[in-house]
Unconditional design. Structure first.
Length: 194
């Protein structure tokens, strides 16, 4: 089965296909889409997030996981690969293959020009359907900028942002601040042509 040949598929068909594929694909309401490659800045930020947040979680009942950990909505209308996520307590898996997490608490996405609208809109729409999900942290790969969305009630979210390279942002779910300079450590931003 090739991605371009798929018009509509079930969650089970998607999982069978995905588990035998060498590349990663996401699933949204019957549609399967291939994931694009990432820039050096994107990958560097993700590795910084995993290192920094992982260090903050030492000795706690939470762990940070990389982008190979898929997550899904309770109704299986979407299967997605966050750039990184935090799970607290016992991980709840979708089945005995242990490759799809059902209870992320914090989700990180690194924004690029080609993914920022998708991450802010479509992906966020489906992530919100996950009951355990509390914080969505969007990190820009083009300039120092972090945007955090926090769940206040089931359908009520508030947002805050920081663009101060010497500042920090707070992850309420793990009760820790994160320095912007650590997230962007050694990241070289692409030059913008006029």
């Amino acid at each position: 089965m090739k991605v371009r040949d798929i018009i509509h598929t079930s969650p089970m068909e998607y999982l069978v296909f995905e588990r035998s594929s060498e590349k990663k694909h996401e699933y949204y309401e019957g549609q399967v889409s291939a994931m694009a490659g990432a820039s050096m800045a994107h990958n560097h930020i993700v590795s910084n997030v995993i290192r920094e947040v992982g260090n903050l979680l030492k000795g706690k009942r939470c762990m940070v996981l990389p982008s190979d950990m898929r997550t899904c909505t309770p109704t299986e209308t979407a299967y997605m690969y966050p750039d990184a996520l935090v799970v607290c307590g016992e991980p709840e898996m979708a089945d005995d293959r242990f490759d799809t997490l059902k209870n992320p608490v914090v989700i990180f996405e690194v924004l690029s020009p080609s993914t920022r609208d998708h991450d802010r809109q479509k992906k966020f729409h489906f992530y919100k359907q996950i009951p355990s999900f509390r914080e969505y942290i969007l990190i820009d790969s083009m300039t120092p900028f972090v945007e955090i969305h926090r769940r206040q009630q089931m359908d009520l979210w508030n947002a805050e942002a920081t663009a101060d390279p010497g500042g920090h942002f707070f992850i309420s779910s793990i009760r820790h601040g994160v320095l912007m300079e650590e997230i962007y450590r050694n990241v070289k931003f692409p030059s913008v042509k006029p």
